[in-house]
Write a protein that binds this ligand. Structure first.
Ligand SMILES: [Zn+2]
Length: 109
C-alpha cells in the first residue's frame, strides 16, 4: 500500500499554508510569477526582456519582498522580478546596504 501525498491548504495571515494530512504546517505557497513584473516599467525603468521571454528560464526570476521580510510571502508582499531588474532595483533603493558583504556604495551610470 502506497501512502498518497495529499496536501491541503489553510489560509492564515493572508498566506496560503501547506498542511499535511494531519494538519501540520509544512510550508507556504510562494506566489512567484513566470514573468518579470517590471515589464510595465513601474520601478522607474522598464524590463529589457519581453514579458513572455522568461518562459523556460524561470530560474532567472527572483522574488522581491516589498517589506524586506523574507518570511512574509503574502501575495501582496511579493513581486517577481528578473535578476536584471531586481539587481538594478536593489542598487537604486539601497537594499544592498543591509548586507555586510555588499555595503559599499554603487554609482549608477
Ligand atoms: Zn525584469
Amino acid at each position: 500500500m502506497t501512502a498518497r501525498k495529499e496536501n491541503r491548504y489553510i489560509l492564515r495571515d493572508g498566506q496560503k499554508h501547506i498542511v499535511d494530512r494531519k494538519g501540520k504546517e509544512i510550508g507556504v505557497i510562494i506566489h512567484k510569477k513566470n514573468y518579470c513584473e517590471n515589464h510595465n516599467g513601474h520601478l522607474g525603468f522598464t524590463c529589457p526582456v519581453p514579458r513572455d521571454g522568461w518562459i523556460g528560464f524561470e530560474s532567472g526570476l527572483d522574488l522581491d519582498h516589498q517589506d524586506g521580510d523574507h518570511y512574509n510571502n503574502a501575495p501582496e508582499n511579493v513581486k517577481t522580478y528578473c535578476k536584471i531588474c531586481h539587481g538594478k532595483k536593489s542598487i537604486v533603493e539601497g537594499d544592498c546596504s543591509s548586507h555586510k558583504s555588499s555595503s559599499r556604495k554603487f554609482n549608477i551610470v
